[in-house]
Unconditional design. Sequence first.
Length: 252
Amino acid sequence: MLGESARAAGYRLIVRDEVASTMEEARRALGEGDPGLLWIVAKSQNAGRGRHGRHWGSPPGNLYASLLLVAPCEPALAPQLGFVAGLALHDAAAAVTGLSAPALALKWPNDLLISGAKTSGLLLEGENRTGRFNVVIGFGVNIASSPEGTPYPATHLSAHAAEANVERLLAALSDAWHKRFSAWSLPGGFGPIRAAWLERAAYLSETITMRLPEGPVSGRFLGLDASGRLELEAAGGRRLIDAGDLYFGDRT
C-alpha cells in the first residue's frame, strides 16, 4: 500500500503478480491514457532491466516498481528527477533500516549503497507522446536478497534490518517521493535537492574513475553543477559529465 500522504496527493497503485517489467507496464498504461501519478509494483519480473539495457534479476521479496509521471517538467529538467528519486529512496531506506549517511549513501547517478555495497538502482526514461513529455522512473531495491557473483559488492535491506519488507519500503518511498518531488517543483527547487543529495553522496572529494564512451577518465569528484552534471577534476582540467558509470577502485 502507498503511504498516507502519497494517497492523499492522488497517487495510485497497481500491483501485479508477475510482469515482463514494470517499466513496460507503465508505458502500456501511458498508451492507454493513464493520467499519471501511478505506481506499478510487481512481485516478480521476467524481463527486468537496468541502465544500458542490462538485465536486472528479479527474485521474490524485493521491490520492483515504476512510477509514471505525465507532463512533470520540460525535457531539459528531466535528469534532475533522478536526484529527486535517489533522495526519496535514501529517505525511505533510512526510515526502514534506521541507517543514515555515510553508511547509507548515493552513488552518482542512480545507485543506493550500504557500506559501499549496491542495494538498489534507478532507471529514468522520458518520451514525448500526444504533445506531452512524460517520465517513467523504475526502482529496483534488494530487500529480501541480493545477487551473488556480481562484479561489485551487493547487499539487501533485511541484512541490516530484519523487519524490512516490500510493504514498509513502498509506503515510505511513496511518501518520500511525494515530499521531495513537491519541494523540487517549487521555483529554484533543484538547489535544495542538489545540496541534500551531496550530503549523502558516496566518494565525494575522492578519486574516482568514470567510464565514458571515449574511455575511462579518472579524477577527483568535486560535486554537481547547477544542473546535476558531475564535476570531475581530471588531469586535463575540470570536466562536466552528463552520463557515465562511476567506479571507485575495484568497486562499481
